[in-house]
Design a protein around this ligand. Structure first.
Ligand SMILES: *[C@@H]1O[C@H](CO)[C@@H](O)[C@H](O)[C@H]1NC(C)=O
Ligand SMILES: *[C@@H]1O[C@H](CO)[C@@H](O)[C@H](O)[C@H]1NC(C)=O
Ligand SMILES: *[C@@H]1O[C@H](CO)[C@@H](O)[C@H](O)[C@H]1NC(C)=O
Length: 433
């Protein structure tokens, strides 16, 4: 499993007075520029070092706690669920996974009511909050509470400390009450936050191939569009991508960006998402040509930048009638530098075998998506596969992600600049095909 932490730092609000209001008291003083820069650099270094140290302490505690824990599929454990705390049923009794949880308003946390001795656990609505995997993970990760408290004591500039598990639960310190949206849903899933993905995988080059042959008409195309959109959501500024629709011809979803990859920043991703609505299904699917095109682009950019990043082809189709081993032999073997992740759309699995073989032969992972509700969970599996080499290499990198303000946690984010530090931990690596 791999596990991710991050910390948040709040910088003081910027002065709101205008220069004019200060002018009278302004005087001129000579300063040594080099000294000033050095000073600032030292202070910055100290800030960053302290945050990295705090995450390291969490990583060590988590590794130790996980090592001591024995997985028990029947484990019963009442934890403080962020949504259920302080909720009562009609008779006034605490609901399961709720319980009385003392909260007090705190200036340091935007006057939100928090509990400084305990963290709370959040589980997305589409997951079962008593799933054995989750209950076991929550149980052993209780050990983090004392480290959270200790970190905050040592460095009072820390704000939130988070722990995101690959199993999908999210531990947040200090404890705070969460409220579902107007539909009663908690959509927040820590695993598709940018900080999680950036730390879990290295920068990626991704070509998405979407089958738009006649058999993809209707619901399948809708699911395929949603799958592409979900894949895009997992990409960030460090990643590059393109989307190719194919039937008997190859159609770049954005024809101006033919034969290249573009940065997966939000502007580009939004732009491509708009184009997805224009896809329509007809004709026959010639996957061989599409694969050739994808390999050609990936090989070219690989040579151009000499980059060490990982490369993948996402294949979204309702089946493949061949294995296309000649294409793979020509472009991808023996190094198998490009991973293939086939997503089989629809309930039928008559053509699944060829897709499974492609995944196995190219260090990827096969998934079947039969309904819209399955899309997100299935799409995210590729991240676990892509992060596996980091796990196997025992990388304990600290990754500084881009500045990020999370509105989903409903924290007042006025004038806030956040820095996040992330570390990775692993154990019990399972190698699926
Ligand atoms: C946090 O909540 C627990 C459970 O309600 C309570 O025992 C504890 O005193 C609270 N801690 C603080 C600092 O309020
Ligand atoms: C928190 O509340 C106090 C008193 O109500 C107020 O003085 C302070 O400005 C508030 N702090 C923030 C960050 O909103
Ligand atoms: C890509 O652009 C080139 C030059 O404009 C053109 O010759 C080629 O056919 C285009 N390829 C595709 C797949 O659209």
């Amino acid at each position: 499993i791999f596990i991710i932490f991050f910390l948040q730092v709040l910088l003081p609000n910027a002065p709101t007075m205008k220069y004019k209001e200060y002018e009278k008291s302004v005087r001129i003083e000579e300063i040594d520029g080099a000294k000033l820069v050095k000073n600032v650099a030292q202070n910055m270094e100290e800030i960053f070092r302290k945050k990295a140290e705090a995450t390291r302490r969490l990583v060590e505690a988590a590794e130790e706690a996980h090592l001591q824990h024995e997985e028990n599929p029947d484990l019963q454990y009442e934890y403080f669920n962020a949504v259920l705390i302080n909720e009562v049923d009609e008779d006034g009794n605490s609901v399961e996974l709720g319980g009385e949880f003392l909260l007090e308003p705190n200036d340091h946390f935007n006057n939100l009511s928090v509990n400084l001795s305990l963290s709370v656990v959040q589980v997305p609505t589409n997951m079962y909050n008593k799933d054995p995997d989750i209950v076991n993970g929550v149980y052993w990760s209780e050990a983090l509470n004392k480290v959270f408290v200790d970190n905050f004591k040592r460095d009072p500039t820390l704000i939130w400390q988070y722990f995101g598990s690959a199993k999908g639960f999210f531990r947040q310190y200090p404890g705070v009450k969460w409220h579902p949206d107007e539909h009663g849903v908690i959509a927040f899933d820590c695993r598709n936050r940018k900080w999680y993905i950036q730390a879990a995988t290295s920068p990626k080059d991704v070509v998405i191939l979407v089958d738009v042959s006649g058999s993809m008409k209707g619901l399948r195309l809708t699911i395929a569009r949603q799958t592409v959109a979900s894949i895009l959501d997992t990409l960030g500024d460090d990643d590059f991508f393109n989307i190719i629709a194919y039937n008997q011809e190859i159609h770049y979803v954005e024809p101006c960006l033919n034969g290249t990859l573009v940065q997966a920043d939000s502007t580009n991703k939004d732009h491509f998402k708009e184009h997805l609505d224009k896809l329509f299904a007809k004709g026959i699917g010639l996957l061989g040509n599409a694969l050739t095109e994808a390999f050609t682009i990936l090989n070219e950019v690989g040579e151009d930048y000499q980059n060490s990043c990982s490369q993948a082809i996402m294949l979204i189709t309702d089946g493949a009638t061949q294995m296309y081993d000649d294409v793979f032999a020509k472009y991808n073997w023996p190094e198998r530098k490009v991973r293939i992740f086939p997503y089989l759309i629809g309930r039928e699995s008559a053509f699944a075998d060829n897709l499974k073989w492609m995944a196995c032969a190219n260090k990827g992972y096969f998934s079947q998506i039969s309904t819209l509700a399955d899309v997100q969970e299935n799409v995210m599996r590729y991240l676990h596969v892509m992060s596996r080499p980091k796990v196997i290499d025992h990388e304990h990198d600290t990754v500084w992600t881009e500045a990020y303000v999370d509105s989903a946690v409903s924290i007042n984010n006025h004038n806030v600049l956040c820095l996040y530090s992330i570390c990775i931990l692993y154990r019990n690596v399972q190698c699926e095909p």
